[in-house]
Design a protein around this ligand. Structure first.
Ligand SMILES: *Cc1c(COP(=O)(O)O)cnc(C)c1O
Length: 360
C-alpha cells in the first residue's frame, strides 16, 4: 500500500487512523450488519452517530448550549447566500472585509439580498495581507460583520479578531476551523465546509448563536433556514450522513492529539518549519506578508513560473502531491491541515533545499 503526503487545499488529507477505522466498519458498523452509509438517517443507530459527532465538535470547540450546531449540505458557498437570508432583515445592511477570493464571493452573493459595505480590502496588493480594520468605518447598525478567518487561496490569517460590539461577527472558518483555539463566544455565526480541516466534502458545519435565529427572510429556502434546521436537528431533509460519520472519526483522532489546544501547537511548529525555510532562502519568495501568514496554507514561488511547475512535478515524483497554487494565483501552495504529519512538512523542507541547490 502506498500513501502520499497530500498538500491539497481541499478535499485534503485525512488522519490515517480515521480512514482505517472507516475501512474496518465498512461492511458492519458496530454489529448492525450495515455500513453507516446504508443507514436510514431516521434510525436510532444513525442518530447515535450524529449525536456523538455533534457532542465531539461541541467539546473540541467548547461550544455552549446557547449556540445551535447544524450539519448541512451545500458547502460554504451555500452559506454565502444563507447568511444574508438568515440575518439581513434588520437594517438590511452588512459590513464585509474583502480579504480574498472567498470573502469577495460571499460579499457578491450578499449583495443580492441587501446593502453591503466593504469596510476594508487587501485587493490592491493581490490579497497578500489581512487589511487593517478601523472601527470608525464599521456600521453600528449593520445586521452582521463578515470575515474569513483564513484565506485559503492567498495564505493569510487573522491574528486578532475585530471588535464589533453588538454587531454579530460572522466568520467563514472553512480552512482553519479546529486548527487553532477560537473563543466561540466572540462569534454570532461560525461556519465551515468540512473538506479542508474537518473531514470529507459534503458536510457544512454552521454554528449559530440561538438569539440570532428567527430572523430569516420569508423567501428563504427551507434547507437554508437555520431556524427550521435547528428545530429539525439538521434533518429537515437527509443530511450528509456518511460525511458526518467520517467527520466524527476525524474528531476522535483530534481529541487524542490533545484536542484543538494540542494540535494548535503542532500546527504552529509545522508552519514555522516552512516559513523559516522560505525566509532563509533567497530563491523562494513567500507570498503572504509576515504578519498575516496562514498556518494552514503556505503560498510561495520560485524565481519563475517554469521552475514552479518543475517544483510541483519533482515533488510529486517523491510522493508529495498537489502542491500547485490555486489557478487564480499560480505559484506553489502547501496546505498543511491538522492531518498533515510533521514528517510530511520536514520532507517537503528537505526537498525544497535540494531543489534550490539544483536550480539556483
Ligand atoms: C474552500 C472554501 C470555500 C468554498 O467551499 P465550498 O465548500 O466548496 O463551497 C469558502 N471559503 C473558504 C475560506 C474556503 O477555503
Amino acid at each position: 500500500m502506498k500513501r502520499v503526503y497530500n498538500f491539497a487545499a481541499g478535499p485534503s488529507m485525512l488522519p490515517q487512523e480515521a480512514l482505517e477505522q472507516a475501512a474496518r466498519e465498512m461492511l458492519d458498523f458496530g454489529g448492525t450488519g450495515m455500513c453507516a452509509m446504508e443507514m436510514s438517517h431516521r434510525s436510532k443507530q444513525y442518530q447515535a452517530i450524529f449525536d456523538e459527532t455533534e457532542a465531539l465538535l461541541r467539546e473540541l470547540m467548547h461550544i455552549p448550549d446557547t449556540y445551535s450546531v447544524l450539519f448541512l449540505q451545500g458547502g460554504a458557498t451555500g452559506q454565502f447566500a444563507a447568511i444574508p437570508m438568515n440575518l439581513m432583515t434588520g437594517s438590511g445592511t452588512a459590513d464585509y472585509v474583502d480579504s480574498g477570493n472567498f470573502a469577495h464571493g460571499a460579499m457578491v452573493e450578499a449583495k443580492k439580498y441587501g446593502s453591503v459595505s466593504v469596510v476594508a480590502s487587501s485587493k490592491d496588493d493581490g490579497y497578500a495581507y489581512i487589511p487593517a480594520l478601523d472601527p470608525a468605518a464599521f456600521n453600528p447598525n449593520a445586521d452582521y460583520f463578515y470575515i474569513t478567518t483564513n484565506n485559503t487561496i492567498f495564505g493569510t490569517r487573522y491574528s486578532t479578531l475585530p471588535e464589533t460590539g453588538n454587531v454579530p461577527l460572522v466568520a467563514d472558518m472553512s480552512s482553519n476551523i479546529l486548527s487553532e483555539v477560537f473563543d466561540i463566544n466572540r462569534f454570532g455565526v461560525a461556519y465551515a465546509g468540512a473538506q479542508k480541516n474537518v473531514g470529507p466534502a459534503g458536510l457544512t458545519i454552521v454554528i449559530v448563536r440561538r438569539d440570532l435565529l428567527g430572523r430569516a427572510m420569508p423567501n428563504t429556502p427551507k434547507i437554508m433556514d437555520w431556524t427550521l434546521m435547528t428545530e429539525k436537528g439538521s434533518m429537515l431533509n437527509t443530511p450528509p450522513t456518511y460525511a458526518i460519520y467520517m467527520a466524527g472519526l476525524c474528531m476522535k483522532w483530534l481529541k487524542k492529539q490533545g484536542g484543538v489546544e494540542g494540535i494548535e501547537k503542532v500546527n504552529i511548529a509545522k508552519a514555522k518549519l516552512l516559513y523559516d525555510a522560505l525566509d532563509d532562502s533567497d530563491f523562494y519568495i513567500a507570498k503572504a506578508r509576515p504578519e498575516s501568514r496562514s498556518r494552514m496554507n503556505v503560498t510561495f514561488t520560485t524565481p519563475s513560473p517554469e521552475l514552479d511547475a518543475e517544483f510541483v512535478k519533482a515533488a510529486a515524483a517523491q510522493d508529495m502531491v498537489s502542491l500547485k497554487g490555486h489557478r487564480l494565483v499560480g505559484g506553489i501552495r502547501a496546505s498543511i491541515y491538522n492531518a498533515m504529519p510533521v514528517e510530511g512538512v520536514e520532507k517537503l523542507v528537505k526537498f525544497m533545499k535540494e531543489f534550490e541547490v539544483r536550480n539556483k
